[in-house]
Design a protein around this ligand. Structure first.
Ligand SMILES: Cc1ncc(C[n+]2csc(CCOP(=O)(O)OP(=O)(O)O)c2C)c(N)n1
Ligand SMILES: [Mg+2]
Length: 203
């Protein structure tokens, strides 16, 4: 299964979930499909922070399902996030891990422990038995994703996509700076949910 196939399958189930994408392949794959950089997804530039941002969003918006997509290089920069997930396990959060075992975007080196990481086993060690699921096959992902999305528990979904660069991978460039992405997404949340993100002055 390559990353483009995996995102294609997930995208079939997109129905206005709140989306957070981490820098790297995850962002490229999402925004290539949903561009030109819509307001309804937040892009986190800083590796490692997507999981934390998504957790806060899921806790603040318990009636909305939140989808987070992050690269494995990002996850290992903030590995403690897994213990926080185990503690809070928001049932409306689906955290998709793009596991290519390397820093693909920068043609970089393998991530630490690239040859050893077993996320399902790690999930058991975190008390998340059955809540960390791993897919490396498109047919199995297509078949099982609906029940993973419909589960009433927090789910961490590992996409084992292999190290190859996808054949079709144009890099969409954000037409805004990070600050504008923040304002656009937060105002989208305000419109969509009625929640107040900003203060009385509107920023
Ligand atoms: C804290 C931080 N350090 C460095 C970067 C620069 N950078 C952007 S993408 C990337 C590699 C990301 O690797 P991974 O999360 O595994 O995603 P992949 O490219 O493999 O999809 C790096 C180092 C960054 N955005 N944030
Ligand atoms: Mg990676």
């Amino acid at each position: 299964m390559n990353v483009t196939e995996a995102f294609g399958i997930i995208d079939e189930h997109y129905d206005r979930q709140l989306v957070v994408t981490g820098t790297g392949t995850a962002t490229q794959e999402w925004h290539r499909r949903h561009g030109p950089w819509d307001d309804d997804a937040f892009h986190v530039h800083t590796m490692g922070l997507t999981s934390s941002f998504a957790l806060g969003l899921a806790v603040a918006q318990p009636d909305r399902q939140v989808w987070a997509f992050e690269g494995d290089g990002g996850l290992v920069m903030n590995f403690g996030t897994l213990t926080t997930y185990s503690e809070y396990r928001p049932p409306n959060l689906r955290y998709f891990l793009v596991s290519n075992r390397r820093h693909r975007t920068i043609e970089g080196p393998p991530i630490p422990a690239a040859d050893h990481l077993d996320y399902e086993q790690l999930g058991r060690g975190l008390g998340l038995e059955g809540q960390v699921v791993s897919f490396d096959d498109t047919e199995v992902l297509s078949k099982e994703l609906p029940s993973v999305l419909a589960d009433d528990r927090f789910m961490l979904i590992v996409l084992e996509v292999g190290p190859e660069r996808p054949a079709e991978n144009p890099k969409p460039k954000a037409p805004y700076e990070a600050a504008e992405i923040k304002y656009r997404f937060a105002r989208y949340i305000e419109r969509e949910t009625g929640a107040r993100v900003f203060g009385k002055l509107g920023y």
